[in-house]
Design a protein around this ligand. Structure first.
Ligand code: 6PG
Length: 502
């Protein structure tokens, strides 16, 4: 029988998405540039996958394309960037009007806009879809963020809804699926049409920016417990597992608890985390989020800080050398009990997390204005509740916040989050103070706090800044006692000469 959909790219994400589609009853044509991979994949699927009968292995692009029902739907899961362009170029000659290419990679949204334009000119359709959830998500239910024309989405919608993660309609909690052949019954699918052209990939990019800061915040909590409280990984694992029962309940907290109790397979007396080198990698989505925030003038400082924290971690040799030359403060006494400090760190983490999401959503709001997308933040928060890396109980609260006020200016202003910030700020400040006094770097905690304090400050020192700009460059300034939009300039004296009293 002709395939319902085709997929190019047999790295692990591609393989798992194929098996997920097959489990949901779809026949999937499979192609990879190195064709031995196709054989290997089909053979291993036959050995262990209940839905292997629904896979159609194809050795040539011609056979691949001709084995798919029209209008064809072809998913690409290849490396973002030039490999995506090369794959599109290779498959296009076989396609016919109305066929749809779906890019599931972490593409830069401006590339997605360009690709859609190029393919539209050829009578083809294009969907740039964020796919989040790593390998397991792809296999058993990712969060899917498709962008593109509505009518192209209509064609893809049934499949995307079937394979996406599902959350319980009442509680908003993810429905667990973890066995090949198993499918979730009922539940709300974690996918929605995000918007035109590059909107899906933009939202996926911001998801990743939030993922960066979420991870960095957890790492800072870990560092505080390790360096200030002298805790061992297994003890910290218990703390994280406990946090996972409350407001912080999330995938990233859960895996952190798991990671911290993992013993080193090469040295069973040690914990693995103590053997892992402290240099972070990154593939660019967090950087893109921060660049976009700078381009759009949105103060996503905590998200950018998480990227810089990775950069700082990467210059390991320099840090090791500097650690022998630059001295920090003498370790002060802990101003509170260990139990109190752990609770303070939990609250600092929660408050910082609220700021981080506030920044991500503010950024998306500005991008929607700039690129003319109609983003629905309630729906975006909803599809983040399951499948994706940042899935968390907390996202139900964000969903509710946008449900109560579609135009909410900033997440921090929602009554629930406002209350959490008001209640938690005492501990948050104590943690930042403690860390600062002890010389423990917590850039994400402290930049989130600076964002909170900056955002709630009616008068910032930018009055002086504007005067400075006017002084040295005649850049003009607005006045507090005149309407906005009227600009003034003063004839400043030469530097160093006092201004005459008159
Ligand atoms: C996801 C992830 C994923 C991303 C990795 C790696 O949502 O499943 O965001 O798409 O590629 O997390 O990102 P870095 O290598 O930049 O950390």
């Amino acid at each position: 029988p002709p395939a319902d959909i085709g997929l190019i790219g047999l790295a692990v994400m591609g393989q798992n998405l194929i098996l997920n589609m097959a489990d949901h009853g779809y026949t999937v044509a499979v192609y990879n540039r190195t064709s031995s991979k196709v054989d290997d994949f089909i053979a291993s699927a036959k050995a262990s996958e209940p839905s292997a009968g629904r896979l159609v292995g194809c050795k040539s692009l011609k056979k691949f394309v001709s084995s798919i029902k029209r209008p064809r739907k072809i998913v690409l899961l290849v490396k973002a960037g030039w490999a995506t362009d090369a794959t599109i170029e290779s498959v296009v000659p076989y396609l016919e009007k109305g066929d749809i290419i779906i890019d599931g990679g972490n593409a830069l949204w401006t590339d997605t806009i360009r690709r859609e334009q190029e393919l539209t000119a050829k009578g083809l359709r294009f969907i740039g879809s964020g796919v989040s959830g790593g390998e397991t998500g792809a296999r058993f239910g990712p969060s899917l963020m498709p962008g593109g024309s509505k009518e192209a989405w209509k064609e893809l919608e049934p499949i995307w809804k079937a394979i996406s993660a599902k959350v319980d309609r009442k509680t908003g909690r993810p429905i667990e699926v973890d066995t090949p052949g198993q499918v979730a019954k009922g539940g709300e699918p974690c996918t929605v049409h995000i918007g035109e052209n590059g909107a899906g990939h933009y939202v996926k990019m911001v998801h990743n920016g939030i993922e960066y800061i979420d991870m960095q915040l957890i790492c800072e909590a870990y560092m505080l417990m390790k360096n200030l409280l002298g805790m061992k990984p297994d003890a910290m694992s218990e703390v994280f597992a406990g946090w996972n029962e409350g407001d912080l309940d999330s995938y990233l907290i859960e895996i952190t608890a798991d990671i911290l109790q993992q013993k080193d397979p090469m040295n069973k007396r040690r914990f693995l985390v103590d053997s892992v080198l402290d240099t972070a990698g990154q593939k660019g989505t967090g950087k893109w989020t921060s660049t976009s925030a700078l381009d759009l003038g949105i103060p996503a400082n905590a998200i950018a800080e998480a990227v810089f924290a990775r950069c700082l971690s990467a210059i390991k040799e320099e840090r090791v050398s500097a650690s022998k030359q630059l001295r920090g403060p003498k370790a002060p006494r802990l101003p509170m009990s260990k139990a109190k400090a752990i609770e303070a760190i939990r609250e600092a983490l929660y408050c910082s997390k609220i700021c981080a999401y506030a920044q991500g959503f503010q950024l998306m709001a500005e991008a929607a204005r700039e690129y003319d997308w109609k983003l629905d933040f309630g729906k975006i928060a909803k599809i983040f509740r399951g499948g994706c890396i940042i899935r968390a109980r907390f996202l139900q609260k964000i969903t509710e916040a946008y449900k109560a006020d579609r135009r909410l200016q900033n997440l921090m202003l929602d009554p629930y989050f406002k209350k959490a910030l008001h209640g938690g700020q005492g501990n948050w400040r104590s943690v930042v103070t403690m860390a600062t006094n002890a010389g423990v770097p917590i850039p994400a905690f402290s930049s989130a706090l600076a964002y909170f304090d900056g955002y709630r400050t009616a008068v910032l020192p930018a009055n002086l800044l504007q005067a400075q700009r006017d002084y040295f460059g005649a850049h003009t300034f607005e006045r507090t006692d005149k309407p906005r939009g009227q600009f003034f300039h003063v004839d400043w004296p030469e530097p160093g000469r006092p201004i005459s009293k008159s």
